[in-house]
Design a protein around this ligand. Sequence first.
Ligand code: MRU
Length: 342
Amino acid sequence: MISPIKWKNNKVFMLDQRILPFKEVEIEHSTHFEVAASIRNMVIRGAPAIGVAAAMGVALGVLNMGENVRDPGYEFEKILSELESTRPTAKNLFWATGEMKKIFKKHSGNLSVLKERMIERALEIKREDEKINMKIGENGEGLIGEGDTVLTHCNAGSLATAGYGTALGVIRGAFFKGRKLSVIACETRPYLQGARLTTWELQKDNIPVKLITDSMAGYLMSAGNIDIVITGADRIAANGDTANKIGTYSLAVLARHHNIPFYIAAPVSTIDFESGSGKDIVIEERDKNEVLTCMGKKTALPETEVYNPAFDITPQDLITAIITERKVISGNFRSGISALFE
Ligand code: MRU
């Protein structure tokens, strides 16, 4: 199974997703500052993978605390804020730092024990995420019918998680059960996660995939070429409204118009109870040069003004169901989501 991140000899190694699929290069990280920079710069991306990276980043930060550290609590807060300032929309990032906080509270009195427990919890978060994705795959695979063509957006696969993927986990679940299916991957401008990452991952598993530019989805739906849409999520509000890669909302509107089921696949750690609806979710705005260039080549004059929101909100009424590791929620999302935690 491809995994974008690993912990080895007290260092964090990440597959550099900025240069995939053309080069497979690992980057070594020895400090939480380096991990934070790699999250910010998209060396690693995808909400669950960002969560794993943040947990490992916190562990590195604590590991690097000297024996004579005056105020571990203060230093710990600084580590958290460095990592939490990287990408505001991915809920899993904040979920993971929250988990590391619990360990800090429990063991802050003994630095050497704290260091061990931090590493253990970070590695556990990674292992748990792999299992969660397999479970999401199991829970969702039955929604894909024999011979279906599944449209997906961005990359919600192994590269976006600890391994296996959420939306691609559901697709893998069906494919590995022997179901005949094919995938349409939207290229996902401006960062091309669909073109560069999703096709690469699926090709490695011999899952049939065709790449389209984002603007082709409506035509393919109208021509009857798409049976089901499945994407991942960066943050799910308490009412089911979902933040995911920019372009997801347009796909959900198109899917509704063409009577095509639209599914979100995500771990429970992506759910944010503090956001009552999508209106409360902060949408990350990224550098304008991502829009003014494509693969390093200029596509417009540098002085051109742009919008570059990295995510959009799909309102819950456009979502057929949300596939989690605990269950598949449909109907009244607010009560379905709160029942997950009862
Ligand atoms: O900007 P990115 O590449 O981090 O955006 C990723 C997505 O939007 C994914 O769909 C989402 O994080 C779910 S990944 C399992």
